[in-house]
Write a protein that binds this ligand. Structure first.
Ligand SMILES: Nc1ncnc2c1ncn2[C@@H]1O[C@H](COP(=O)(O)OP(=O)(O)OP(=O)(O)O)[C@@H](O)[C@H]1O
Length: 741
């Protein structure tokens, strides 16, 4: 009957329930099936935060989708305890774990949520989880006494008592199981909430101050995407499970130590010696696992990233016929992951030899120690069973490191990766140093900019100056190679500037500096924009740059096509998708407040009115792209736009964005390179007519027709500090007041 009951159950904690289901009198065949040595061993070895699938050698299956969910198939019990699952995760650059640094990083990553806006809800849920955990421990203790009386009745051949105890047992299951299920449900929900908050927190900082760009362009850390997706998920789940396991262990320790000590004090001493020795040996045997786990995570992420790049560049690779190269490269990456995993498995195997032996021995150790007392009649048979159960519980608590060594090593790797990420996000959000050796980027109000005529007497209309560059020396961020020396120029409204120069001379880099992406070098760049106060600090700069992006637009050579409909392509980046109304229609609400970003009312009032559908269609027609509406079923269709539109079409779409946003100034980096001359002339005509001032980079002669002045940058000479640029008017009729020097 017990067997039938147990087979019906799918429980979520290998430890608590198993311990009561299977108190093990080793000499009873019938119960040996239920409480085989393996089951006993397993019961005391919580696996609360392991990933992967356990080999089902002994009638316990592990549900990979629902972590920690274990189903018992007691009838199929075999004699081998489960090996700990293989773990993947990462750490160190070949160094061993450093507990102090690990703890500092753990705290830095874990703490912000519990002091965030969501702290009340978070703390309440955490309290509920701890209360339920306490409840489950209480139930475990109760089961230990039930088990004792149950086996006493059996040993005494007392049928009435046995039937009564059986009923108690069944009642205990009915009352106790909901606690175990609810505890796990509450823990998982809290973990998901925590993860959601952290995901939003990390993403915000990752996208702030262009940190994502710095990380990528300077190769600061590997695979930030994987840290946000996998590591955060793993961190929140594991941190919570691990804290609960520790709490559970502490409570268990107190509850069961009493029982065990009461039975036979020397048994307690045996337990201490056994568990401390076991911990020391497993730390010694598993010391390589942290590093191997760290590397494993990195190598798998590199392999996955290689596959993503293959997908993203499918057409170029297909044109080149580069399949063989790609295959070789991808296999190399996989091979590297494979070799590391092989090392990981070998280290795990060595550790497993020890931990399995450790688990086996405890099945007979407590019974062996108390058996003489039983033979001399000092204790009843049920007490042996109770001592085995209590011994297993306490040993499980004392042996957390032995049983969880691989999970702990994987967790350490996750902590280290997230801590490293956190440090970078932190340093990026701090104010830039006030070093004089940095380009300063300043935004000023347009009407604060008086401009003198060349003769110095006539004050022009204040709003004419758009950009002022003073003594700009630009260097590459990492190698600090000088690209442009001592550049000074001024751009006024409608004085379109063409930037030319040989390949690699630094034309795009100049735009990078203007956009604030690069700041290595010295000098000052000042923009004059409507409706903006002077901003010099990083936070002000961030806020100002949002407004700045509406006034100054940047068009790269290969336009970025986002994931979404055709209308979203046109509205990007000036108008973000408004998801709140759609979510409000859902019953019940399925999202958390911190996962919805909305503009505050102040910003919303500043937000320019979103163009209507007619305006979107018109602008497409203006850039001669009207035909794609019928080809792709209208504005609401979604496609992989960078694949289905030609580069020239994408460039025209980018001009459509520009015409909708109507900035004051646009920086064009070879933005018409894929277009025929007629289309190029047409687009320049459109933006000129829209009153937009532009600075273009380009090599084509035809571009001279649309610009007033030309800035020529020549290759920098490292042996001299002389300026490597010159400015000349292109057309005699245009104002000449570009260069201040
Ligand atoms: N992230 C980077 N880190 C270091 N150096 C870089 C980086 N990006 C570009 N460079 C270097 O800076 C120099 C100038 O590059 P830039 O892209 O500005 O050239 P360009 O004049 O626009 O060339 P082209 O006409 O070929 O587009 C090049 O030598 C390039 O190798």
């Amino acid at each position: 009957m017990l067997k039938m009951q147990a087979q019906c159950l799918s429980i979520t904690d290998s430890r608590s329930l198993c311990n009561h289901l299977v108190p093990v009198p080793l000499n009873l065949r019938f119960f040996c099936k239920l409480s085989s040595p393996a089951s006993v061993a397993t019961s005391s070895q919580p696996k609360p935060f392991c990933k992967g699938r356990w080999p089902n050698k002994f009638g316990i299956s592990y549900n990979q989708r629902k972590r920690n969910s274990i189903s018992l198939h007691l009838s199929a019990a075999a004699a081998v305890p489960p090996p700990a699952p293989p773990t993947t995760e990462l750490d160190d650059e070949g160094k061993g774990p450093n507990p102090k640094r690990l703890w500092r990083r753990f705290w830095k990553v874990a703490a912000p949520y519990w002091w965030s806006d969501d702290r009340v809800q978070a703390r309440l849920q955490l309290a509920a989880v701890f209360a339920l955990t306490l409840g489950t421990t209480g139930i475990s203790v109760g089961f230990s006494f039930l088990g004792r009386d149950f086996y006493n009745a059996l040993a005494n051949k007392d049928a009435d008592q046995f039937a009564k105890q059986l009923l108690y047992y069944l009642g205990g299951f009915a009352g106790g199981i909901p606690f175990f299920v609810l505890r796990d449900y509450a823990r998982e929900t809290l973990s998901l909430r925590w993860r959601s908050w952290m995901t939003s927190y990390y993403m915000e900082r990752y996208l702030k101050n262009r940190t994502f760009y710095k990380i990528q362009s300077q190769s600061i850390i590997d695979n930030p995407d994987q840290r946000i997706v996998d590591d955060l998920s793993s961190f929140t789940g594991t941190a919570l499970s691990f804290s609960l396991t520790l709490f559970n262990a502490a409570v268990d320790l107190i509850s069961f130590s009493n029982i065990l000590y009461g039975i036979y004090p020397p048994l307690f001493v045996v337990l201490l010696v056994y568990s401390i020795g076991g911990t020391a040996i497993s730390v010694f045997l598993g010391k390589d696992l942290v590093t191997l786990n760290f590397l494993q995570e990195k190598k798998e992420a590199d392999f996955r990233y290689g596959l993503v790049r293959l997908r993203e560049n499918a057409e170029s690779i297909a044109f080149y016929g580069g399949e063989e190269n790609e295959l070789q490269l991808l296999l190399q990456r996989f091979n590297s992951a494979f070799e590391n995993l092989t090392q990981l498995l070998i280290s795990s195997r060595n550790l497993e030899f020890f931990t399995n032996g450790y688990r086996y021995l405890i099945q007979i150790l407590p019974a062996a120690v108390v058996a003489p007392m039983y033979f001399s009649g000092k204790i009843e048979f049920g007490v042996i069973n109770q001592s085995v159960s209590a011994f297993n519980h306490i040993l499980g608590d004392f042996s957390l490191i032995v049983y969880q060594f691989q999970a702990i090593s994987a967790f350490s790797a996750v902590i280290d990766r997230l801590g490293e990420f956190e440090d970078i996000l932190d340093s990026s959000s701090k104010s830039p140093s006030e070093s004089s050796e940095e380009i300063s980027l300043v935004y000023s109000r347009m009407n604060d900019s008086p401009t003198l005529e060349p003769n110095g007497t006539v004050l022009k209309k204040k709003s004419q100056k758009l950009l002022d560059i003073e003594n700009l020396t630009l260097q590459t961020p990492t190698s600090k190679a000088t690209l442009i020396t001592d550049l000074s120029l001024q751009v006024n409204c409608h004085e379109h500037l063409l930037v030319t120069g040989p390949s690699g001379s630094g034309k795009t880099s100049l735009l990078r500096a203007l956009a604030g992406l690069w700041n290595t070098g010295r000098g000052k760049i000042q923009f004059y924009i409507d409706d903006v106060g002077v901003a010099q600090s990083s936070s002000e700069l961030e806020e100002t740059s949002m407004k700045f992006s509406k006034e100054v637009f940047f068009l790269p050579q290969r336009p970025y096509m986002n994931l979404g409909t055709l209308s979203r392509q046109l509205l990007y980046p000036s108008w973000a998708e408004d998801v709140a109304p759609a979510l409000n229609n859902l019953e019940p609400p399925v999202t958390l407040p911190f996962l919805v970003r909305g503009l505050d009312s102040k910003d919303a009032s500043r937000k320019p009115k979103q163009p209507t559908t007619d305006e979107l269609i018109k602008v497409l027609e203006d850039v001669r792209l009207g035909y794609i509406l019928s080809r792709f079923n209208g504005l609401d269709s979604t496609h992989e736009w960078s694949s289905v539109l030609s580069l020239g079409e994408q460039q025209r779409l980018a001009f459509a964005r520009l015409l909708l946003s109507k900035p004051k100034l646009v920086l064009l980096d070879e933005s018409t390179s894929a277009l025929d001359e007629a289309n190029e002339a047409h687009l320049y005509g459109l933006i000129r007519a829209a009153g937009i001032t532009y600075i273009s980079i380009g090599h084509r002669r035809t571009l001279y027709d649309y610009h007033c002045n030309c800035l020529h940058i020549s290759a920098a000479d490292s042996n001299t500090c002389r300026p490597n640029w010159s400015i000349n008017p292109i057309n005699e009729d245009t104002p000449v007041n570009l260069s201040k020097s």
